[in-house]
Unconditional design. Structure first.
Length: 240
């Protein structure tokens, strides 16, 4: 008789990944943006995969990193939200929903537990909601570190987009101004894992709205002066 024992399988590194998620608070809610490109290593695998999810029309989730891990996180969160609304004792007497801040803290514990077992979820997760008449925006990284802020970014956007957002953000931004700020195409031009096809999602006191993916107009973007200036005294060289 032969006995075989399979070893414990861990995700040793991200395989199919999405890049940055950017979010900010505005006057009346929270707005998130993410592109829909998934990369398999350095190759583009899918151009139409959304990475923004609505939970019970109250909470928004977005993530960069390994997409299969994000799918598992969404499955866990949906199960938690269902349990909160149908199985708790309080739900027998009053309508209960999972709050964004509670979910943010739950994900902190999950991420910390997973990384402590050397089997992390390879994601940085953005959580947005609207509770107690105020917007909530927080991020949890794969180590279980949390941050609650007025504007957040994951992936490459944490390095490239955040300085630009800090310069232009203010608490009284309208929804239109917030959208224009997030539609700046700086990540598409500088991040080789980003796409011009993006998705927006917002959460307000009335609930969540997730847009269909759409293409940003970048037809004239490469004509910026910094992209076409002459290099090495060669007029018309077009180098950077």
């Amino acid at each position: 008789i032969q006995f075989t024992m399979a070893g414990i399988q861990h995700t040793t590194r991200p395989i199919v990944t999405g890049t940055s998620v950017v979010g900010l608070k505005y006057d009346g809610g929270v707005l998130l943006a993410a592109d829909t490109l998934l990369s398999y290593g350095s190759m583009a695998k899918s151009f139409t995969t959304p990475r923004l999810q609505s939970i019970q029309n109250k909470i928004l989730l977005g993530a960069s990193g390994e997409f299969s891990d994000f799918q598992e996180i969404v499955t866990r969160v949906e199960a938690l939200a269902l349990e909160e609304t149908t199985q708790s004792m309080e739900s027998l007497y009053e309508a209960r929903t999972l709050s964004a801040k509670s979910l943010w803290n739950y994900l902190r514990a999950v991420m910390y537990q997973k990384r402590s077992k050397f089997n992390p979820f390879w994601n940085d997760v953005v959580v947005a909601g609207f509770e107690e008449n105020a917007p909530f925006l927080g991020v949890v990284d794969k180590l279980g570190t949390t941050l609650e802020e007025n504007l957040v970014a994951t992936g490459f956007g944490a390095y490239l987009a955040m300085p630009l957002l800090r310069e232009q953000w203010r608490p009284d931004l309208s929804e239109g101004e917030a959208r224009a700020l997030l539609e700046e195409k700086v990540l598409f031009y500088r991040d080789c894992r980003a796409s011009a096809r993006i998705q927006l999602a917002k959460v307000t006191a009335d609930g969540t709205t997730v847009s269909e993916p759409y293409e940003l107009d970048h037809s004239n973007g490469w004509n910026a002066p910094s992209m076409v200036r002459a290099v090495g005294d060669l007029d018309g060289d077009g180098g950077w």
